[in-house]
Design a protein around this ligand. Sequence first.
Ligand code: NAD
Ligand code: MN
Length: 358
Amino acid sequence: MRNHRIAAIPGDGIGTEVIGAGLRVLEALAVRDGGFAIEVAHFDWGSERYLREGAMMPADGLKQLKPFDAIYFGSAGDPRVPDHITLWGLRLAICQPFDQYANVRPARVLPGIESPLSGIGPGDLDWVIVRENSEGEYSGAGGRVHQGHGEEVGLDVAVFTRAGVERIQRFALDLARSRPRKHLTLVTKSNAQRHGMVMWDAVFESVKGDYPDVTTDKMLVDAMTTRMVLDPASLDTIVATNLHADVLSDLAAALTGSLGLAPTANLNPERRFPSMFEPIHGSAFDIMGQGVANPIGSFWSASLMLEHLGEAAAASTLMAAIEHVAGAAEVRPRDLGGEATTEQVTNAVIAAIEGANR
Ligand code: NAD
Ligand code: MN
């Protein structure tokens, strides 16, 4: 029996609701498969802990997480705590030390889901956005000088290293190569940002020759937003900086129907540290505690996690179950225009898993 040790960090708001649902689905998959077991350890880290003890996670939190095969994360964010504290105190406090430099965000219109773009169905929008996840605009370098005085200065320094840029571009080229279209679009802003972004372009010129079977093109990030909306079928795999890809992937999620559907993998591709899997949405203050969050982004993230753990069969059983349920009008959650609760969607996905052909 293959045993996978998962650290579950539901975090705050609807994070707790959708991760609870995802763990039920993972258990159903393990039972169905019979070849593997999921051993879950629960970590109650997040804003409640911050308000109680002054820190989102314990000082030795990374040491506690290191032995796990993967981390299943909900979201960090609470109306009572400033967002930069929750983000840097938990999610980035894990991603950066564990060198999860490749943030992978599939965006695809699922069968039965309506894109806000008219006439766009499955097959017309099938992307993977690769986001540099360790440096760039979110390096954390910077500071505030003359705080509170009239001459106050706030600095956020975007840090781009050749090593960091090359490894994420090679990762994206490898990923593009593994997909049927074998096409990669590089996104920068090298007209206005004339140092780090020009280096991104130069590094790309120097590495893409190693992938002669992958076709490539380049876009400025502002023009990219219009291409995503006006010509989605022309895109396949996309690589961009931490900030640019953060913004583009929320747009991508909306174009596939809802933020509630979209998954993420934060990968340490060399597997020196555990990788982390999470829905891309946040704590959703407006609906938390109501039991109506769409759990599909959390399930899709669980499927990416199973793939990473080597459970390809269970990962595709789960994707098939998600697609089956997404297409069913009677279990449509609120963000997709229906009335189904988190629990009803979860039960429907579990029923589809239990009914799946082996
Ligand atoms: P959000 O993703 O929480 O919500 C945006 C909108 O989408 C809301 O109207 C919400 O109801 C809806 N939505 C999101 N997920 C949904 C789901 N699964 N089902 C149904 N509807 C869903 O983004 P926000 O409002 O900008 O942020 C709220 C908090 O979450 C903030 O504290 C923010 O910092 C945090 N946040 C955390 C993460 C993370 O931990 N990875 C990501 C984004 C935002
Ligand atoms: Mn984001």
